[in-house]
Design a protein around this ligand. Structure first.
Ligand code: ADP
Length: 157
């Protein structure tokens, strides 16, 4: 059975931090599915289609990465795709609190699913999609925060 992990998130948009998590996790899995979730509590700036496109472009040369979107529970998406691992990123203590709670809920919903936490490269600890959107809104330079493949592509409409 292939060893599959799902990396779920809003990715509004994907950043160098997210990209770093995927690259660090790649040696551990046969396949990583980066999955854009519809989150009713988060109003997104980019459409799901745009977010999927940005992620596909980022990992165009990485065959073991697949990009998808989903609605509903993350655990159901994992089950459907036979993924035994959920991948999440940790920048610091603030992330840890929330991520630990999410992991506990997911464990209760699906005992066979294990959450794996990874830290990004230290150069990416401060990056968030929220900051990228804020800089974009104010016409700032976001190139340091975005994957190389996306330079010049991410613009507000
Ligand atoms: P969500 O709405 O699910 O939190 P995000 O796209 O904000 O979606 O984050 C997806 C995952 O990536 C989360 O586990 C988050 O902690 C992690 N993440 C976000 N930014 C970074 C970063 N710079 N470095 C490492 N992990 C990150």
């Amino acid at each position: 059975m292939p060893n599959i992990a799902v990396f779920p998130g809003s990715f509004d948009p994907i950043t160098k931090g997210h990209e770093s998590i995927v690259h660090r996790a790649l040696p551990l899995f046969d396949k990583i599915i980066v999955a854009v979730g519809y989150n009713a509590n988060k109003k997104s700036v980019f459409s799901v289609e745009q977010r999927v496109y940005f992620i596909k472009k980022t990992f165009a040369d990485t065959p073991n990465v697949i990009v998808a979107s989903y609605e509903g529970l993350t655990v159901d998406f994992c089950e459907k795709h036979k993924a035994k691992f959920l991948l999440r990123g940790l920048r610091g203590i603030a992330d840890f609190k929330n991520e630990r709670m999410l992991a506990s809920i997911n464990k209760e919903l699906c005992p066979d699913l294990e959450t794996i936490f990874m830290c990004p490269g230290t150069a990416y600890n401060h990056i968030s999609s929220t900051i990228v959107r804020e800089v974009l809104r104010n016409d700032g330079d976001i190139s340091n925060f975005l994957p190389k493949a996306l330079q010049g592509y991410v613009k507000l409409q």
